[in-house]
Design a protein around this ligand. Structure first.
Ligand code: HEM
Length: 231
């Protein structure tokens, strides 16, 4: 459902991920890539490109990457074909609202240079992944928290019922008028952060106050999940 949403919002693409098996191939590939990336990270031997690439895990990784890239390439290809007639951004703007993909395709740097196909796919990949995996996780854990905390669930239900009146769908303007539900969503994401850690590669050495230091090129990871659950 969240992949259908991001596909519609950012790429104006009508997908049907919950029923169409070719779309769910992409989701399976994303699961596989996330699992293998994390497995590689914590398996010291696999830090070597050579060993990882020659292992069955490397083979699985390349296969899943191919599936994921085929999916994004397909979305980009379809849009490029439909924009062939409209080379002027202004003309497209007059016809419809620009989405994220239009903006990327028409983006130019100060020298009039657009994004290369590789850069374009990298941006589309990030949004496609970030835009559905995080929200799916956030929604699932919020529902889990509601299920385990019935008294809060009831307060949220009352708040939403009152806000809806007789309607059965929420509108954009309603989002700012549900403070209790918002607090519950935020608390669920604090307890179960959809992005449980962030990493950076050091561009220069770092020395800590106790005198210990980390050399350039090392990865530093902030474990957001652990910060919440061990304090
Ligand atoms: C509950 C939902 C979300 C959470 C908790 C979340 C969290 C994060 C975090 C923590 C980062 C920083 C990662 C880092 O600096 O290493 C990040 C980056 C990013 N997020 Fe999200 N995100 C969410 C939803 C989304 C959605 C819906 C989109 C796109 C539609 C999105 C697009 C991005 C992008 C493009 C970046 C990279 C920005 C950059 O280049 O620095 N995120 N997100």
């Amino acid at each position: 459902m969240t992949l259908d949403s991001i596909m519609k919002c950012a790429f104006s693409y009508q997908s049907n991920c919950q029923n169409d098996s070719s779309e769910s191939e992409y989701i399976k590939a994303v699961y596989e890539l996330s699992y293998l990336a994390e497995y590689r990270f914590r398996t010291f031997l696999f830090h070597s490109d050579l060993i990882f690439n020659l292992s069955p895990y490397g083979f699985r990784f390349r296969r899943a990457l191919r599936t994921a890239h085929e999916h994004t390439d397909n979305v980009i290809k379809q849009r490029k074909a439909s924009l062939k007639k409209d080379t002027e951004l202004e003309k497209v703007k007059q016809k419809r609202h620009l989405d994220f993909l239009d903006i990327l395709l028409y983006a130019k740097d100060e020298n009039g240079q657009g994004l290369s196909d590789e850069d374009l796919r990298a941006e589309v990949d990030t949004f496609m992944f970030e835009g559905h995996d995080t929200t799916a996780s956030g929604i699932s854990w919020t529902l889990y928290c509601m299920a385990t905390q019935p008294e809060h669930q009831n307060k949220c239900r009352e708040e939403i019922r009152e806000l809806l009146g007789g309607r059965n769908t929420l509108e954009w303007e309603d989002l700012g008028k549900m403070p209790y539900t918002t607090m519950c969503i935020k608390e669920s994401m604090r307890l179960y952060p959809p992005v449980p850690g962030v990493a950076r590669q050091l561009s220069s050495p770092v020395t800590f106050p106790d005198g210990r230091s980390l050399p350039k090129v090392f990865y530093v990871v902030t474990d957001i999940y652990k910060m919440v659950h061990t304090l």
